[in-house]
Ligand binder design. Structure first.
Ligand code: MOS
Length: 767
């Protein structure tokens, strides 16, 4: 049962008006539903097998798809011999560029507000090959096994042309200024190179990170059908509305003709967007006149779905003897294909980490003939902080200053690039409480000095930042429905849930505002028919939803007061003068003047009441420098004989505003840290430079952390609300991974005296 919100619903002081709207009065509330550990509402459906994932839907008469992939990186299809495949048992269709329906190009990210493609290449339209692994043939058959078998019988020959398949070739061909979201990845404050050259203490190193591929537990899949002139898609998506709109554009349909649902997603991390497979599946379904399930194999995910691009980063820091920075330079190279849109923007974290008299941040891009890369959890920050935070550790070591202390000495007073004030930055507090809890004072001062049998033991730390974003376009519809002497609330949002707890957090926020128990609140999401557009990306969905729920709730209260009319004890009260409590509204200045929702609706002879409202414009980010922050501590054991690294302890100390649901937040932070451990020690896409093919396209050869690789991970947070964010909360989806690889690398240095500047830190590099 929800306690009343009354005591906390204090009217705001006039000077607390902020750009982006008045903050939620519940921001300061500490002991309601918000801040309580609530289990995921979808958890029971998942563990009991009743949650339907994209590849579990079925349609009558459905057939199964299998893809044949290009084996060359660049050129043309010379011939396709599909006679054997067409004669194979169960085969319904062999689709190639010869018989595929004519399609519009995929709308590429950045080309319009709703465009989400990682590339705008034509899909099965012209026989031109752009990457090794590009789908060239789609086979439909009555069973998945028949489709897979028939696909193996298709013989494709190619005319190959020279391709760029190594970083060295790409560099030799010349590099260009990188862009991200339409802006150049270039920041300059003063003359950093000159200041660096004149600085009394200097570190200048190059760090390398490899390509990474996405490995969500649920491989990408879609089950789809043409019903009349409508396309129905059950997809695995973190951008539900946008994908529906993009599919409509590709197939030349009106947006209402595409209905896309995605209630459950088995992990996304940036990858659950629109790729070739959904388009090919829908095209084949149209051609065959049959519903289609297209489920990528694990190998298929590597061929079709892009990941993180290579980086080669220079970090140069010039410092005074007290450790304060004269110059911070973070520059280097990333890659993308000619048909791509996103290099790895590795300077994003560095934009808000430290104060320095001068700064130079710059990403250049070399072009390689590969699959288009895309977002992967903290794109930019995850690998950028490996370089920056390793370099800070190197500087601390050469200056003989404790690395935590060195970071605190360089804490900026305002945004180092934009000059705007910080909305809420408590990283120093996070450092202090984290260091205390971890036992940082016990860190071996001399690298390589602590042994436990054949194990070197060491500790390292690192910092992370991730920007606060809030995308416009979020709407919420709240419907109150009378059921006898009680009421149910339904909240509809065009959001995506990848398993991180969005629906649960939304229910918490709505229940708290409405003064209803959680059990009386239903959440609908993951359906393109719901108005508005949100996406699970950029760690911003919860803020976007929250702003919309706040706006819709305020509108709902206004409507309720109108319905209540003159016969209500609430008569004459404005929306600002009431609070929600115990299934109704009450006057703030006189809590005895109250009426339940049921009573208001009944007297007005209404069965329900529904309002839809968009969130306020996200103006707060224009006025404030807003970020999530982390202070990370790691202890490693490195085997002196084998070079094996075991992470033995890890602590994340976070400053991300108010934490809405501690239970799901803890999982988000831990999951991010685990992904960071994989990045530090294991993950690496092996691109065969002879032919641009991913050589380790399987989970047997692309290594991820398993349970035995993961130690107890301790997580704490400041829980200080940001008065300038709609619910006081910053994003927590991507900050978890940020900085982790550097914390591990720095601990390895402390344990062994060996500085590894190349990820992943595999044992061969330590011998
Ligand atoms: Mo993320 S990389 O914004 O899913």
């Amino acid at each position: 049962v929800v306690q009343g919100a009354m005591e906390k619903l204090v009217p705001l002081a006039p000077d607390s008006w902020i750009p982006g709207g008045v903050p939620d009065p519940l921001i300061a509330r500490k002991h309601g539903l918000i801040g309580k550990p609530v289990s995921r509402l979808d958890g029971v459906h998942k563990v009991s097998g009743t949650a339907a994932f994209a590849a579990e839907y079925r349609f009558d008469g459905m057939v199964y798809a299998a893809l044949v992939y290009s084996t060359i990186p660049k050129g043309r299809i010379a011939a396709i011999d599909s006679a054997q495949a067409e004669a194979a048992p169960g085969v319904v269709l062999v689709m190639t560029h010869h018989n595929a329906p004519r399609l519009n190009p995929m709308p590429m990210f950045g080309s319009s507000p709703s465009a989400v493609g990682a590339t705008d290449l034509p899909i099965m339209q012209d026989g031109v090959i752009h990457w090794n692994g590009q789908p060239v043939v789609c086979v439909l058959a009555e069973t998945q096994e028949q489709a897979d078998h028939a696909a193996s019988l298709v013989h494709v020959t190619f005319d190959e042309t020279p391709a760029v398949t190594s970083l060295a070739e790409a560099q030799a061909n010349g590099v260009e200024q990188g862009q991200f979201m339409g802006a150049p990845l270039l920041d300059e404050v003063g003359d950093a190179e000159a200041a660096f050259a004149a600085a009394p203490h200097r570190v200048d190193q190059t760090y390398r990170t490899p390509r990474h591929n996405h490995n969500p537990i649920e491989p990408h899949a879609a089950t789809l059908a043409w019903i009349g002139d409508r396309l129905v898609i059950h997809d695995a998506s973190q951008m539900v509305t946008q994908q529906a709109q993009n599919m409509a554009q590709i197939f030349g349909l009106d947006p209402e003709q595409v209905h896309l649902t995605s209630p459950y997603v088995g992990g996304g991390f940036g990858s659950k967007g629109l790729w070739n497979h959904q388009v090919i599946g829908a095209a084949a379904a149209k051609l065959a006149g049959r519903p289609v399930r297209i489920a990528l194999s694990r190998e298929g995910v590597y061929r079709v779905v892009g990941g993180r691009a290579i980086t080669q980063q220079r970090v140069a820091i010039g410092a005074k003897a007290d450790g304060t920075f004269d110059a911070l330079i973070h520059t280097g190279l990333s890659t993308m294909p000619p048909h791509g849109t996103m290099p790895e923007p590795f300077i994003l974290g560095s934009q808000a980490m430290y104060g320095a008299d001068t700064m130079l941040l710059k990403v250049e891009v070399g072009r390689m003939d590969t699959l288009a890369n895309t977002f992967m959890r903290a794109p930019g920050e995850a690998v950028g902080t490996f370089a920056l935070e390793s370099a800070i550790d190197e500087l601390a070591d050469s200056l003989g200053i404790d690395p935590v202390e060195l970071r605190i000495r360089n804490e900026p007073e305002k945004d180092p690039i934009k000059g705007t004030p910080f909305s809420s930055r408590h990283i120093v507090e996070a450092w202090r409480t984290g260091a205390d809890r971890f036992g940082w004072a016990d860190r071996p001062e001399t690298p390589g000095s602590r042994r436990d049998g054949e194990w070197h033991v060491g500790m390292g730390c690192a910092m992370g930042t991730y920007p606060y974003y809030r995308m416009p376009g979020a709407e919420a519809r709240i419907t109150l429905t009378r059921e006898g002497d009680t009421v149910r609330a339904k909240v509809e949002i065009a959001a995506a849930e990848m398993g991180m707890g969005t629906a649960t957090t939304t229910a918490i926020v709505a229940a708290e505002r409405l003064g209803l128990p959680l059990e009386q609140v239903d959440i609908a999401y993951g359906d393109s028919a719901i108005p508005g557009a949100i996406m699970a990306g950029g760690s911003q969905q919860t803020a976007a939803i929250g702003a919309a729920v706040i706006a819709a709730h305020n509108a709902l209260v206004e409507e309720l007061l109108k319905l209540a009319g003159n016969d209500s004890p609430l008569s004459g009260a404005s929306a600002d003068e009431v609070g929600s409590e115990a299934g109704g509204l009450a006057r703030l200045d006189n809590p005895d003047a109250k009426e339940t929702y049921v009573s208001i609706l009944a007297r007005a002879q209404r069965g329900d009441l529904s309002v839809t409202k968009a969130g306020s414009a996200p103006l707060e980010t224009m006025h404030w420098s807003m970020h999530s922050y982390s202070a990370l501590f790691c202890e490693v054991r490195v085997n002196a004989v084998t070079g094996e690294v075991r992470v033995s302890r890890f602590l994340g100390s976070f400053d991300c505003g108010r934490i809405l649901n501690p239970k799901t937040a803890l999982s988000q932070f831990r999951g991010g840290i685990i992904m960071g451990l994989g990045m530090a020690l294991m993950e690496e896409t092996q691109l065969d430079e002879r032919n641009g093919r991913i050589a380790n396209a399987s989970m047997a050869e692309y290594h991820l952390p398993v349970h035995l690789d993961v130690p107890e991970i301790d997580v704490i947070w400041t829980d200080i609300p940001d008065p300038h964010a709609p619910m006081g909360a910053h994003g927590i989806g991507e900050i978890g991974i940020t900085g982790v690889a550097a914390a591990v690398a720095n601990a390895i240095y402390n344990a062994t005296g060996k500085r590894i500047r190349d990820l992943p830190i595999t044992l061969d590099k330590l011998l």
